[in-house]
Write a new protein. Sequence first.
Length: 453
Amino acid sequence: MHDLSTTIVAVATPPGRGGVGCVRISGAAALDICPRLFESAVEKLSPPKPGAPARFGRFLTREGRPLDHGYVVVFPRGASFTGELTVELWTHGSPAVLAELIAGSVAAGALPAGPGEFTYRAVCNGRLDLTRAEAVRDLVEARTLYQARVAYAQADGALCRRLQPLSEQLEEWIARGEAAVEFVDESETHLPPGQLRHAIESARVCCGELLDGFRTGRVVRDGATLAMIGLPNVGKSSLFNRLLARDRAIVTDRAGTTRDTLEEDLSLGGIPVRLIDTAGLREVTGDVESEGVRRAERAREEADLVLLVLDGSRQLEPLELEALERSAAAAARTLVAVNKCDLPAAGEPVPHALRVSALTGDGVGGLREELRRKLVGTGPVEDPIITSTRHASALDETVAALERAAKAAEEGLSEELLLEDLREAMRHLGTITGEFTDEALYDRIFSTFCIGK
């Protein structure tokens, strides 16, 4: 990241052509750079004032020639996204126009912004805490409306609000512990063991409740993979197309039509899912078919959820019975669907299997609901608070430190030792919001942002 005293510039709209493009300049020299790039239609070369309405005019090349027309908006220090004086140039979304304005800004003294550098400055200037900054990235990358809603709640401070009472509670007991150590001869400053154990347990329970929702939160944030497996001609590709609501996989009566994995994105009630259609599981001899079956096996092993598709219009074959046994052993991540329920049933019913018809669509709605239930649980799914692996890891470390503190209190160890455990819990908790975070962690987090945000 650049020195905060510098002025940075980047395109803040997505790459490519568009109706509108935005160049963002943030830093103390933003207003000095503006007249080199913009000529007001009302006051020639007069810099716009912070807080004034958007001003219409024309943008200029580095040689001072007219380039485009549009608006300039100035955000005063303390009222912009970064907390710094910021100027935004709103042009037509031509990559050539935007590139020239970036080059002109750099020629006038700005530095090209790195990934996430505007958001990094917002954190450094107190406009955001680290949890909200990370949620900004998640909001930009949201693929479904549900993901966007969850990311917005995070960006609006949902996690920070949940952590604040816990942080304040730890801070209070640390302060009381330090007083007990400092004034060891004063009995009234000693930590009351019963109350302390209750406070530590309360904090541990709070962390546990947050962690309980992490499995759902991870799936909401990162999505899940769903592998469809089964013998040839059971209708996997037809069901694949039905779930996607479009013809994506080639469907024929010939066994072995699908020889490689086919992947597409699917939304299950807002949960992003990578749907994988695999080659039919069977005994093969050719190199191509062998590779297809091997990839199907690998997809099954690596997927978050496996959908075993059977043909309900015939007796189950030995390979299917074997697959059912494997599914029972991995019931938490496997769902069984008996396809072709529009045809007369043959053989014994398969316990706990869903009956569907890829041809008519019967039962497919229930299958979608059951797939979502397997991924995020039963009942209404509340917006999860913990969606980041980094946050979950920090909470795990916080719980471990609290458990050590509880053990120290129970064993009657010195208040100095107990206090160190509480401080460690506080440090781990602080890494979530950025209160206790080093520059190396900042660099890792903001390197995952796009340039311009």
